[in-house]
Design a protein around this ligand. Structure first.
Ligand code: GDG
Length: 491
């Protein structure tokens, strides 16, 4: 049974708990903290508070008992094998994910998946209602849990509820394809504050509320009628970031610098080393960047014996057809590129369909001359910011798609439209050929920005906005937060 007697004044809800289950050689179950900025940010906002993280532990069937790990209390929510297929792989990743990412692949609509999505969201809300202290702050994360705010408000109107969207919020024309668009909007409107990556995402959400719920929007605030809660909801951009200090520190370690050198040597010390690090996902534009690279090799702009492109493609959603097709396509292109353009000891491409530790990623960032980030659509893209955080030498060049949330802030990157293969080829060459002075000028500006707007800054800005959300008596506080947000956008 869950430890229902214990209540917490700060509660996080995310589809996954921030740990992975590992069975040791002796058969003992151990939990390893998952890498990533979100956990670090949550740790920092949880310190000094009585906090708990509610989420799925990653294995089908009964949930383990609540436990302590990564410096916090973790409260697992169970998912059955059938729900993993219908709620998670189905509705989340084969319905919502394509709709929220410009329908790069067609979305699948199945009523059974929607019912499972509702059921799982309701289960999360019931668990949250059990563990939250009177008047607690609850921070719900991402597109998997869009119905949680309204379910939770019904059960616990005393709570302060915030939700953050890690992925884009689509334009109304795409969102409108969802047969369950109204239910999703009503689910989100249970929150006091809704945070998005870009102002454009918040605007898309507000427009959808006007169009599909006939609601009146004043500025960035929606008044929700009595029948559905009778409160005000604010929707605004609070862009996520990375743990700058820890990435910066990691990349300065002698063993990481040594490893960066080794990586270059092992590839025959190419004149230009290009790098991509992504989950193997069709949103990331991996096919487009490989097409541009292959054409540059073919037309002689680049020499395969003196240039290497390392593509780390972390395995992702491997049971979904669109991901199986993508992997086949990418692996075909890699084979062709290497077959046609590599020399022994000097590969034109290194393709790795594996996950790596943080140290190895930092060494790769430090080794790469050009970081190639070409998503067709991406909520933010943390890899771009991690690259910047690791380049304490002010070296390297960031090539960045204008369709990432990061492009709104990282203006000094080499910007590309990944659909424009000619433009992409030209910009790859510009980034490779940029003078050390130009690279350093751009990188300094990028580092200043990411250092100031790190993940701790993001978490604090989100919580300040939630705290000052409209139906709190102090409107003064809300004004102050907006002033602070405006100032930080002007930086
Ligand atoms: C979603 C949104 C938004 C990757 N490979 C390895 C590894 N990674 C780490 C990266 C980075 C993270 O995973 C990926 O974050 P991204 O932001 O690039 O992309 P998504 O996974 O699609 O994330 C996105 C994000 O949420 C946050 O709001 O920015 O737009 O789609 O931190 O470094 N980490 C390790 N080994 C790997 O092989 N350790």
């Amino acid at each position: 049974m869950a430890d229902t007697a214990v209540r917490y004044d700060f509660v996080i809800a995310a589809n996954r708990l921030p740990v992975d289950r590992v069975v040791g050689e002796d058969g003992q179950v151990e939990w390893h903290r998952s890498p990533g900025g979100l956990v670090t940010a949550m740790e920092s906002v949880m310190s000094g508070r009585d906090g708990v993280w509610v989420g799925w532990a990653g294995e089908p069937g009964e949930a383990p008992e609540p436990f302590d790990e990564a410096g916090m209390r973790l409260h697992p929510v169970p998912l059955s094998e059938d729900e993993i297929e219908g709620y998670y792989e189905g509705f989340c990743n084969d319905t919502l994910w394509p709709i929220y990412h410009d329908v790069i692949v067609p979305a699948q609509f199945h009523r059974k998946w929607w019912n499972q999505y509702r059921e799982v969201n309701e289960r999360f809300a019931r668990t949250l209602a059990e563990v939250a202290e009177q008047g607690a702050t609850v921070w719900v994360h991402d597109y998997q849990l869009q119905l949680v705010p309204a379910f939770l408000r019904q059960l616990r109107p005393d709570l302060r509820i915030g939700w953050f969207d890690h992925i884009p919020f689509p334009p109304v024309e795409l969102f409108g394809q969802l047969p369950w668009r109204q239910g999703i909007l009503e689910g989100l409107l249970g929150a006091d504050f809704l945070g998005f990556q870009r102002p454009g995402d918040a605007e898309n959400f507000l427009r959808a509320c006007r169009r599909y719920l006939g609601m009146t929007v004043k500025g960035d605030v929606i008044h929700v009628g009595k029948a559905t809660g009778g409160h005000d909801v604010r929707a605004a951009a609070v862009p996520i970031s990375v743990d700058f200090a820890s990435m910066d520190e990691l990349s300065r370690r002698p063993e990481v610098k040594k490893r960066a050198k080794e990586i270059r040597e092992s590839l025959g010390n190419p004149s230009a080393l290009l790098l991509g690090i992504d989950r193997l996902d069709y949103t990331k534009g991996i096919r487009h960047r490989l097409k541009a690279y292959e054409e540059l090799l073919k037309d002689g702009s680049l020499d395969g014996a003196d240039t290497t492109f390392i593509q780390i493609a972390t395995p992702s959603r491997e049971r979904i057809d669109a991901y199986i097709d993508l992997r086949e396509h990418v692996e075909g292109a890699v084979g062709r590129i290497n077959g046609n353009y590599s020399a022994i000891g000097s590969p034109a491409m290194e393709y790795l369909h594996q996950g790596y530790g943080r140290e190895e990623l930092a060494a790769l960032f430090l080794a790469a001359d050009v970081m190639v980030v070409t998503p067709l659509r991406d909520g933010m893209n943390l890899v771009a910011k991690e690259y910047i955080a690791c380049r304490h030498d002010n070296g390297g060049a960031l090539l960045l798609s204008e369709f990432t949330g990061a492009a709104e802030e990282l203006r000094e990157a080499f910007m590309v439209n990944p659909h424009d293969i000619i433009g992409l080829k030209r910009t790859i060459m510009d980034a490779i050929n940029a003078s050390p002075q130009e690279r350093s000028r751009r990188m300094r500006a990028l580092r200043r920005r990411v250092r100031r707007h790190d993940v701790q800054h993001w978490a604090q800005a989100f919580l300040a906005a939630l705290e000052a959300a409209p139906d709190k008596p102090s409107r003064q506080g809300q004004q102050t937060t907006r002033d602070a947000e405006r100032r930080s956008q002007e930086d």
